[in-house]
Design a protein. Structure first.
Length: 165
């Protein structure tokens, strides 16, 4: 089980807000500093490693840029959203970022609440209100990739690609 402070974002959050085009050619550390700078200036300095994002519908819409990698790199523990864009979800698997659809999550949490996620029983609990929700389950293999760092560490481990330096 993991507990995390909640940051709320609305519906239709675009990948451009997480990984702006202006930093696409920069290194991953510089890209991380730009996460949500356009719509929540200073947020990157307020959030802490292990915090969670709770969002509305269609989180991660837009381009196929690896925005989930930036969220992983800044230390977001997990994402709960009413719905997740398919490209963003696939990148979340590839880059090892835990992103879950959880109907009712947007109404169930306020910013600053503590979310307790228990994937052993597929539940998330609002510690303040006691409300318990059920994230939509995902196949174990995809969950393992999300929790294990993504596809590249797995391919390295299996000897399919050379280790990153």
């Amino acid at each position: 089980m993991s507990a995390a402070r909640v940051w709320k974002f609305g519906a239709d959050i675009n990948t451009d807000l997480m990984l702006p085009g202006a930093v696409m050619s920069k290194n991953e550390a510089e890209q991380a500093r730009a996460v949500f700078a356009a719509n929540r200036p200073g947020w990157i300095d307020e959030m802490r490693k292990g915090d969670a994002i709770v969002a509305g519908r269609n989180f991660g819409m837009g381009s196929n840029r690896p925005a989930s990698r930036s969220l992983r790199n800044i230390g977001i523990g997990f994402l709960l959203a009413e719905s997740i864009n398919g490209l963003f979800f696939r990148n979340s698997v590839n880059f090892g970022f835990l992103a879950l659809e959880c109907p009712g999550c947007f109404a169930a949490f306020e910013e600053g609440d503590m979310a307790e996620l228990d994937l052993d029983v597929w539940s998330v609990r609002n510690k303040r209100t006691g409300a318990v929700l059920t994230p939509l389950p995902i196949p174990q293999r995809l969950l393992s990739l999300m929790q294990g760092g993504g596809i590249f560490p797995l391919m390295e481990k299996e000897g399919l690609i050379a280790p990153r330096r």
